[in-house]
Structure formats: C-alpha cells, structure tokens
Ligand binder design. Structure first.
Ligand SMILES: Nc1ncnc2c1ncn2[C@@H]1O[C@H](COP(=O)(O)OP(=O)(O)OP(=O)(O)O)[C@@H](O)[C@H]1O
Ligand SMILES: [Mg+2]
Length: 249
C-alpha cells in the first residue's frame, strides 16, 4: 500500500470546480514535486491530501505514522518566540525538558537558525526566517510524511539550496515521504523522485515525469539542462508560465 493515495478527488469552492478526478499515490520514502500555474489548485490538493479540507468527491488513504504540514504562509503564533513556536508542537510528546531543548536545537540547526534567532518573536524575524521556523516546527515532530507548500519561496538561491540539502536531505535520509509544492522547476528537478504537473484547464493532473538518479545527488548543470529541455520541448510544461494555463497534448 502506498504511503498516500488520492483516489478520484474532486473539489469545488462555491460551485466552482478547482480539482476534478485527481488520483495520485506517493510511496514511503518518495518525494513528489507538484507544480502548476498559480490558482491551479496545488494548495487545495495539498490541504485535501493532509486531511485539512474534505474533498467534494473521492477519497484519501494514508498509510504512514505521523505527518507535518508546512503551509504557504508560516502560520506562527505571534505571541510566542521562535523556540516556543517549535516547542508548541512538542507539548504532547513524551519528551522531558532537556529532550525538548535538544530537539529544538537539532531542528533549528537543520534550518540554519541561531540560538539568538530562537529567542525572537515572529515580528522580529525576516520573512525567510519565519519560513524556516515553520519548517523547523514541522521537522520537530519527526514526521513520516511531510506536506510542503512552497516552503523555500522567501529564500535567496543560496539559502534555498542549503535548505534543500539540510531539511529535505534529513527527511529523505529518514525515509519520510513528501508532497512538495513548488513553482521552481529547478528545485523540483533537484529534490524530487517524480514531478507531477497540475493542469489549470482540465482541473486534473496533466501528467508526470520521473527523474532519474537520486534526489539531491544530481549534478546542478544536468538539472538545469533538464529544466531547459522541459520548457522548450515538452508540451506538459507549455502552460506553466501562462497564467491562463493551457492543456498539455
Ligand atoms: N478557501 C477558499 N475559498 C474559495 N476559493 C478558494 C479557497 N481557496 C482557494 N480557492 C480558489 O481555488 C483556486 C485554487 O487555489 P489554490 O490556492 O489551491 O491554488 P494554487 O495552485 O496553490 O495557487 P498558488 O500557486 O498561487 O499558491 C483559486 O481559484 C482560488 O481562488
Ligand atoms: Mg498555493
């Protein structure tokens, strides 16, 4: 059985269909990147997959222990420091104080947050730092599956690569599954086993491409060439830079 299976998922907001007949399975230890034009329904699909939104039709089956969600906006508690935001998700875990402090330090280092950063309130942090606190909070529960919604969009290229290596690398090493929404094809080409494209017109999945080699081990120049090839030659990607979307042939 797959770690996650969506079967015939359909969703409409106020009578407006956003997703129609979406079926997708993700295996344990597999990282699937989800791309598609803005408004195609990527976040909606991720929320349905994570059980936060009930689809109008279809079903979701999950066969993993624990999951975490990194939302498109950081969703931190403004009245708690970065460390307290991370500690909050550990409150029901069987951890004593020193275990909790150790876990927070461990995940903070995975997202490059300093001890000083951890004492700050969200309002005192940059957008990229807030995003990294949200990622640390997700990693803190040692999830078997993570739903990422454009987690690195506020980070510069260097930090983005570093986060891929540290945060996603740590999850891959532990055999966690991932659904990873991104608008950055380079990021998808670097860290995913498989890339799935959402179709804006058809409101379903336009298709998918399997990536050879292992995530994060691929040569950057080869990833770049692969993305160029998709954009120039592959009809599946034709609608990606077109806000109206175009159905792939
Ligand atoms: N809670 C909601 N109520 C009503 N309509 C919604 C709601 N959430 C999303 N939508 C609509 O559903 C469609 C898909 O939205 P969604 O956020 O899933 O897109 P997305 O692919 O994640 O876009 P982006 O790349 O901009 O994040 C959009 O037309 C949006 O306006
Ligand atoms: Mg979105």
């Amino acid at each position: 059985m797959s770690a996650l299976s969506l079967v015939g998922v359909k969703h409409a907001y106020f009578g407006q269909t956003v997703l129609d007949d979406v079926s997708l399975s993700i295996e344990a230890g597999e990282c699937v990147a989800l791309v598609g034009p803005s408004g195609a329904g990527k976040s909606t699909l991720l929320h349905i997959a994570a059980g936060l939104v009930t689809p109008s039709e279809g079903r979701v089956e999950r066969a993993y222990g624990r999951h975490a969600v990194v939302f498109q906006d950081p969703r931190l508690l403004d009245w708690k420091t970065a460390a307290e935001n991370i500690a909050y998700v550990l409150r029901h875990r069987d951890l004593n104080r020193s275990g909790r402090v150790e876990r927070i330090a461990e995940v903070a280092s995975l997202v490059d947050l300093s001890v000083e950063d951890l004492t700050k309130f969200p309002v005192e942090l940059s957008g990229g730092m807030r995003q990294r606190v949200a990622i640390a909070r997700a990693l803190a529960v040692k999830p078997d599956f993570v739903f990422f919604d454009e987690p690195f969009s506020a980070l510069d290229v260097g930090l983005r690569l570093r986060m891929q290596d540290l945060a996603v690398g740590a999850l891959l090493e532990r055999g966690a599954g991932m659904m990873f929404v991104t608008h950055d094809l380079m990021e998808a080409a670097r860290l995913a086993h498989r890339l799935v494209v959402l179709d804006a017109d058809g409101r379903g999945l336009a298709g998918e491409r399997r990536l050879e080699g292992e995530p994060l081990q691929r040569d950057i120049a080869l990833c770049f060439a692969r993305v160029q090839d998709w954009l120039v030659n592959d009809p599946l990607f034709a609608g990606l830079n077109d806000s109206h979307g175009r159905r792939a042939q």
